[in-house]
Design a protein around this ligand. Sequence first.
Ligand code: GLN
Length: 489
Amino acid sequence: MTVTDLTVVAAGERLRSGSTTSTELVEAVLDRASRTEAQLHAFLNIDRDGALESAAQADAELAEGKDRGPLHGIPIALKDNMCTRGLETTASSQILAGYVPPYDATVVTKMRDGGAVLIGKTNLDEFAMGSSTENSAYGPSFNPWDIGRIPGGSSGGSAAAVAAGSAFTALGSDTGGSIRQPASLTGIVGMKPTYGTVSRYGLIAFASSLDQIGPLSKSVEDAAATLETIWGHDPLDSTSFSGEYPDPRAALSKGVEGLKIGVVKELAGEGYEPDVESAVAEMVEQLHSAGAEIVEVSLPTFDIAMSAYYLIAPAEASANLARFDGIRYGHRADGSTTEELMARTRAEGFGPEVVRRVLLGTYALSAGYYDAFYGQAQKVRAAVQEDLERAYQSVDVLVSPTSPTVAFKAGDRVDEPLSMYLADICTIPMNLAGDPAISVPIGLDGQGLPIGFHVMAPALGEEVLFGVAAEVERLAGFDARPEIPVVAE
Ligand code: GLN
């Protein structure tokens, strides 16, 4: 095992026992990235000098006995839709090329306050719209398990970086599945927290009522450590939760004895790969043997959740993206009138998927169609929430595959938006509900590609969620690492 394979928890132990330094950890991941980035393209930007400087500071503090918590001195990566002061932030869009934010997102401030060392900004689908990173204006990322395949998306760069060992933990954003699906496809843990618990201040908005930042990590405990560092009430986000936060670590070693686990009937069958279904069924069996009661649960609205999502998310996106007008941020095209300048800037700056979403959203919100499309979708959203409330009266958590398939080949779905959209069929309902969910790797399929297990819990149910996830991790015993064809030194 090399240093870059260590979990945050293991690296933290070495840091505190004095057997390694943050500078050594940073040098190890930078070296790893220098030998894998040509194949993976996980990062848009690596801040070598900034990372080494922060590492030196983290080391000096630890030497003085100042401990900022579990991420102190740990190399981390951030999806490039989170604003970083002084560091270019593009959301993988041409329209933000060269944009250097004058401020840090709240999660970035919290990471810095927690002593984490930022290695760089990771690739994503433009404005987080997509499931493969192929919608990035700066070229796709590739999967460490097979560089002919995509790492999922939209947080594919963060997933690839953590799976490859170029960061110990990373942040992504999840609007319809963009943390959990790439985590599943790259064999790591990905978690979407309860809506409102992680501040969206400084996150470049896609669909504000669905967007949530969360961790992509090598273990369930690492994900908990990352979540603890970034969450909490923030007056700068009007939807921030101000009540009492759960303890994601409280149930980590509790097991599942006496818990009731619901297997979602609708998230199976046609479109699901047999290896995915059998791995998930086997894990459900193991959870049963470990003492959980298993029941099948039907949530009929899950079948129409995706259609509602593809009205609500584009509708919100069309409003959020109105600010990219060539006047305030980034790219500016020529134009003899303000209107012409704005129209040209947007035509040049936005990629085809973003244009599709803005058109869809504008249409869904237009007078005369509003009730038929947006209004209808909001009713479905409420029905999904009611369905879940009913389910949670009889079960503690719900489970399903995270993704119906393993990582697909680069190029396979780029011309078929609908098949790309289907990648999130299992994850979208949790965004509509605002509930927390996590993907845990449970094994490899016949081709050696990772399979993820999806656990869902009621709002603020992070304690039981992490408890079940930790048991899934123990039962699966998944410790395979990808073999990336590295460039020789
Ligand atoms: N793939 C979904 C979409 O394209 C979800 C994206 C996300 O969660 N950011 O909208």
